[in-house]
Design a protein around this ligand. Sequence first.
Ligand SMILES: Nc1ncnc2c1ncn2[C@@H]1O[C@H](COP(=O)(O)OP(=O)(O)OP(=O)(O)O)[C@@H](O)[C@H]1O
Length: 499
Amino acid sequence: MESSRPVPSASPDTTYPASDSDVESNATSAYDVAPMDLKYSDGELSWASADSSSHVLRLKDEEIAIVTAKAAGGYQVLYIPPPETSVDKQPFELRSISLTHLPGPFLDAHLFKALPTWLDPADGKNIHVLVSTLSGTGLAPAFYDAVLLPLLTAVGLSSSSYTTIKTESADSVKDFAKSTLLAGANAGKQQTVLMLSGDGGMVDTINGLLEDEQRSSNYTKPVLVQLPLGTGNALFHSLHKTPNPSIASPYIQGLRTLLYGTPKPLPILSAEFSSGTRVLSNEGQTASPIPKSTLYGAVVASYGLHATLVADSDTTEYRKHGRDRFGIAANNLLFPEGPEGKAFPHAYRAEVTLLRGQDEIKVPRKTHGYVLATLVSNLEKGFTISPDSEPLDSQLRVVHFGATSGLQAMEVMKAAYGNGSHIGMEWQGEAGVEEEGKTMKLGYEAVDGVKIEFQEPGEDWKWRRCCVDGLIVGVEEGGWMVVKKVPQGRECVDVVIDA
Ligand SMILES: Nc1ncnc2c1ncn2[C@@H]1O[C@H](COP(=O)(O)OP(=O)(O)OP(=O)(O)O)[C@@H](O)[C@H]1O
């Protein structure tokens, strides 16, 4: 094992050649390792370093993004090491190792062979990379520069083969979808978008494509590939519901899906509202009308604690906390200050009706804590709100419970973080709630739709806010929302999944 010999990197700068698929950079270490000195077992490639026969370098399967064969011979291994613990550091860094030889089983597992159809520009396909600059904690531009650009170069996709769009405002994604994508889809053009965003990038794209309903008979669904750069990344984690245990990093999962996945129609839901409803943006300062009073989503439509939490936590200040923003906002919502100290969370007044075939089933309570219709299993990686939902199963499910104490609502949420064990939960209604002294039960049912008629009084829509995939709407006094699944065959995009 002592014969590993580091050799200098071919090109000592960090620029990536546009036309050559071999990537060399500062982060590249090159090794000429004799085949007999390389070991690949238990998902780990290892070999001895040059300076000490006892020091063994190790590379785990789960760290490897891709292996390419170099034109000049030998191989390039691109990998993302585990993130450093320091919070100031980026959670991703693409490193590269050049090796003259690699074991056959390792190559069988990782060697890249050809571009998938959705990344192959040969047939005039339009490929776009959409970088949502404010998604999550703002890491998408850095991910593009440090990871995606060099990886695409390594697989032979030079930056001139695609266009890169960096968002400049909250309207950038929707504008791009309405102009470029919709026009291309209606002209029958094949288009692929690599989305460096969270669920917001997806919902803006879907609404941009659907809101004018101008679909031609030639309409060709754009293919979207998600790279999880948002906060919750609900759709991404739900589509990767059974994570390959050998891939810990969602970035590596996303990159492997990008190169080896399969495009499938993405089921979507519609949320139709009464005419006075407005989309609230800019921390609630801007209220915009909704075209045809209908929004579309691929994840969730909700009212009650979930919607209020998403709305309250979507401020510049809260966003700095990343995923923790939900927890901080939840504390204020679940344990508000009352006249005598901590009070119960708001009891949301509405009539909720579940729609199933021709049946309309009224939920027998006047006040609610949580009403959430979803097409997916997870709202975050570890938050399994609908454990029965399978990727792309096209089934709308509703999770709901009545107004309750903050502590009890927290118990439900904790159980959802515990692999979806909130399903079937029962508890005694506390003093002061509508169902006081009764057995309260978490409702969970497969439905065709759900209708909510709001009975909260007053002009302020604070307690009549709903969430559709992170978009927040305010419904007018006496207004309503009807959520349904968009029929199969009316999907507007394909999404690449890891199957
Ligand atoms: N340059 C920008 N200026 C203003 N708003 C932006 C800009 N870039 C992106 N946005 C907005 O930021 C939001 C980011 O949403 P996105 O869902 O991608 O991330 P997230 O909310 O952090 O993640 P998730 O929805 O997965 O929890 C979107 O509403 C998008 O329109």
